[in-house]
Write a protein that binds this ligand. Sequence first.
Ligand SMILES: NC(=O)c1ccc[n+]([C@@H]2O[C@H](COP(=O)([O-])OP(=O)(O)OC[C@H]3O[C@@H](n4cnc5c(N)ncnc54)[C@H](O)[C@@H]3O)[C@@H](O)[C@H]2O)c1
Length: 396
Amino acid sequence: MRVAIIGQGYVGQTIAVGAAGAGHTVVGFDLNAGLVDQLNSGKSHIEGISDSELASLISSNFFTASTDPSVLEGSDVIVIAVPTPLDGDRNPDLSYVHAAAELINQQVKSPVLIINESTSYPGTLRNEIAARITGVEHLFASSPERVDPGNTQWGTKNTPRLIGGLTPAAVAKAREFYGSFCDSIIEVSSPEVAEAAKIFENTFRQVNIALVNEFAQISDALGISGREVIEAAATKPYGFMPFNPGPGVGGHCIPVDPSYLAHVANEVGVPATFIKRANEVNLAMPAYVVKRVVTGAGGSIAGKSVVVIGVSYKANVADTRETPAAAVIDLLRAEGANVVWHDELVGSWRGESSVPLSPHDIAVVVTKHDGVSDAAIKACGYVFDCTGTVAGVDGI
Ligand SMILES: NC(=O)c1ccc[n+]([C@@H]2O[C@H](COP(=O)([O-])OP(=O)(O)OC[C@H]3O[C@@H](n4cnc5c(N)ncnc54)[C@H](O)[C@@H]3O)[C@@H](O)[C@H]2O)c1
């Protein structure tokens, strides 16, 4: 098939490589000219895709990137993979989705299968995309992306893929497309079910992470190790699923998607109380971390040199979106500490650069990428570990 993908970020590029690898002719459309040039020169910008894999798909003409919207016309399939962030009031911002729909409306005059992979609330495909694309009998399906960047066990191929379409013909064509590079396809009765499943999955994680974050604080106050309790509870072979405490939640999904569910819940008059409380608990974690650091370091960190280790939101990715490291650093500075950070994957962020890992008065481990040495961390005077991976130091 001839496939056009709108948006070449984490999701768009992942699908582009999956589809091109299966022998489809893929064009990755993005407004960001710098990114398009980078991709066309064979340089991947995400961890799970190597430069050589990308370069080989380009040289065999299975993949090309473009900023020219006319590439959309003549496709068999168009996949929308654009950002769905929150606005300043933490409400859904569908402006990128609307812009993608408008682009298709203007550019595409022959019938095509339009799939939305961007995460959004139920009703988005029907009311925010299909309703804006008029005059041509397109097929519409929703297949929310479940990619977990950096996960080496579960990728596009072996993560079961949900499909819901506006018509049986849309579902059949979407099945044919995804079946060419995904092992397992699960059809659901409507796009709304597929859309809701994705945001419910992430809400499940958000709420459970908040629960375990609160539990870690209770355990610490009781003088027992929350992590040991979780490990012990996880020995039960049924009815329990372990989650790990940490400095908060980050990335594009867990801090954002539940608010999409809360938004529609509010519209239909059902208060999403768990989501609200989970947000509060997770957003308060950086303050809890800094309180523990101040106490652990002897009551004051004013004038102390502090290195924050790992500023991306999770291990082995360079993604700093919504990272709790930002609040941890700001709050450490508010306590008067001189704070630098070490994260070679991120390199530069918020106008600052990663420093080499050397001894400081205090180290706060927010995220630990592979290859960061425990010995170098422990060379610091006081260590607070938010990851549970540095043995024999203070932490959550
Ligand atoms: N990153 C993840 O781990 C992940 C996982 C599952 C689902 N999702 C969802 O997938 C969607 C995309 O996320 P992402 O992480 O790939 O975002 P991203 O920010 O990495 O990439 C989005 C890309 O879309 C481009 N773009 C924006 N508007 C455009 C337009 N009108 N036309 C063409 N290109 C446009 C941007 O330039 C950017 O390169 C979001 O809804 C997100 O919630 C993300």
